[in-house]
Design a protein. Structure first.
Length: 372
């Protein structure tokens, strides 16, 4: 069974040979440990762990493809070649993303986390102040490269987008500040509404061009929106439905028109949003942070099985870093038996952390792939 066939069976609840293994993200320190653990050469000259830029998806295309094949990862990412302005890297090691936000790595618990330190929209009070702001353009990309990428990975389930796509609350907060964005949402501030419209327009057209070139080859369009804290919703679901959901519905409708499933990354306790997201056209809920309040997988299965697929579910807070290999295997086998006919994609429920023992990673992969 190919990875693409496995994914389609999971979607159709027609009993795949095993659950698909989702796309994995990890800190660069984690990737270095995993590569060495699997006897994969770490490329010479790879950046220091606190160098500018983000490397949550591994070191280089060739070694990471080797890793993905070794563990049986079933998804491959599809995106256009970038021909836009080069990334700006400052003398102090900070860097600037395409939305104008400046970042640096901050150390925490033996790892490094990208932290916004230059917020271009923090002091904007009127839309007119943004008239000359250099927002990103879809013309910075060469979409003619898409068919070649799709053909190269045609045996795999193909995904485009990522957690930072759309990502209105979190994405705008990187450039405006979390507290200000929460006030913006409560007050329906015109500046915030303008910024989320700009994000929607860019990502809608960007994704549409990718899907047009892919001609039906892409299986999943992935977006993100962190809607929950560990304890509950970060904003009122009714407010989310009013301000953000019209954009998501239009985006999901577009993705469906090209035959793709829709997937949303969202951390935290988001159970109250699930009916809203299903009505908007969401097919797959990604990460499923089972340690958060009201996010126990059995309860989600009972309420939403065959209404919504789940992706992730393997805790990076408790299970992977703290459990024994046997406990990890038992938990995953129990999940597989619960979702024996499909409806689940398994893997870490967020970015893999530096406190994850390698034997626990091995136990996770073994339990996903072992016949039951």
């Amino acid at each position: 069974m190919t990875s693409k066939e496995r994914f389609k069976r999971a979607c159709n609840y027609t009993t795949p040979d095993r659950p698909p293994i989702n796309t994995m993200f990890g800190q660069s320190i984690v990737w270095e440990k995993l590569y060495r653990h699997y006897d994969i050469d770490v490329p010479g000259g790879f950046p220091a762990h606190n160098a500018s830029g983000t490397r949550f998806c591994g070191f280089g295309e060739k070694p990471h493809e080797q890793f993905m094949r070794r563990v049986g990862q079933d998804f491959r990412s599809v995106g256009p070649a970038y021909n836009g302005p080069p990334e700006k890297i400052n003398e102090d090691g900070t860097w600037v993303d395409m939305w104008g936000t400046t970042y640096k790595w901050e150390p925490f618990n033996d790892g490094f986390y990208e932290t916004a330190v230059g917020l271009p929209f923090a002091n904007i009070e009127r839309i007119e102040e943004l008239e000359k702001f250099p927002f990103p353009s879809v013309d910075w990309y060469d979409y003619d490269t898409i068919p070649q990428v799709c053909e190269k990975h045609k045996e795999y389930a193909l995904i485009t987008g990522g957690p930072g796509q759309l990502d209105f609350i979190n994405g705008v907060a990187f450039g405006r500040g979390v507290e200000q964005v929460l006030v913006d949402i409560a007050c329906e501030d015109p500046v915030y509404l303008f910024l989320i419209k700009k994000r929607f327009e860019f990502f809608y057209e960007h994704t549409k061009r990718i899907l047009e070139k892919a001609q039906g080859a892409i299986d999943i369009v992935h977006v993100g929106e962190d809607l929950g804290t560990q304890q509950g919703p970060i904003i009122n679901p009714t407010v989310f439905e009013k301000i953000h959901v019209p954009y998501y519905k239009k985006f999901f409708d577009m993705a469906h028109s090209y035959g793709a499933k829709t997937s949303m990354h969202s951390c935290g306790s988001i159970r109250e949003f699930i009916p809203i997201l299903i009505n908007a056209g969401l097919d797959i809920l990604d990460v499923v942070q089972v340690d958060a309040v009201n996010m126990d997988l059995k309860g989600l299965f009972n309420d939403y099985y065959k209404k919504l697929m789940f992706s992730g579910t393997i805790s990076v807070q408790t299970l992977l870093p703290k459990a024994s290999p046997d406990e990890i295997r038992d938990t995953i086998i129990e999940t597989r038996r619960m979702f024996k006919d499909g409806g689940i994609i398994l893997g870490p429920c967020n970015i893999m952390q530096v406190d994850m023992p390698m034997e626990n990673f091995d136990a996770m992969i073994e339990a996903i792939k072992t016949p039951i």
